[in-house]
Design a binder for this molecule. Sequence first.
Ligand code: MG
Length: 281
Amino acid sequence: MAEARPCIITVAITGSLPQKSDNPAVPISIAEQIESTQEAFEAGATLVHAHVRDDAGRPTSDPDRFARLMEGIRKHCPGMIIQLSTGGRSGTGRERGGMIPLRPDMCSLTTGSCNFPTRVYENDPELIDWLAAEMLRYGVKPEIEVFDLAMLFNAVAMAEAGKIVSPLHVQFVMGVKNALPADRETFEFLVRTLARLAPDATWTGAGIGRNQIVLNRWSLELGGHCRTGLEDNVRLDRETLAPSNAALVRRVVELCAEYGRRPATVAEARAILRLPPAAPA
Ligand code: MG
């Protein structure tokens, strides 16, 4: 039997919707976020994607909060890959990149604009270039967020222009209303197109809501990596609220075997993403 291929499990712990979701397990304070990340790490997640909130629970891009979160995660989750969000709900313009100088392992980078359920997710070319330049300057690897096809082509063009270091790491996000639906043929097209344009790239699939587990399965099957977590989905199934980020991670860990995969170790995850080994504690 072929050896199981490692899968990097990303846990997106919190998200940036301003209201607390109807699931009280969503971690909001820094202390809650660190505790939830540690549980997810112990369950098998090797990459954490994080937003932070202010004291009123509203999304913010306050670098001090990000710094405290990073410090706690580094202490309690040795080697875990830390990815901070530069997403659009936490600030406007260059505020969104104010945490890049903290030198997390990675930051998200959306390489285009699209519609979200109730608003425009605006990423103008100048801001995208500036965020990418900051990531280059501080040695932060971007995770390219692909909500629409043009974003994939833009990322490849940016890599060819030297604005992003290759190999690319791309996340395909499906199931956001008004952006890409969770459509299998489209997903296969995206995976195939990335392989054609950037053969050395790595990728993760992310599905929103009930599509989370659908994208987990498709990604395991097609050789990609998986994202789960309460940012994207607060349920285990129709009847059951997810009790924690760790519970969603365990669901992916259990699925791995079905597809001849296994969760990556921290060292493997860093090697797959060409990140330096974790600094000694
Ligand atoms: Mg996010």
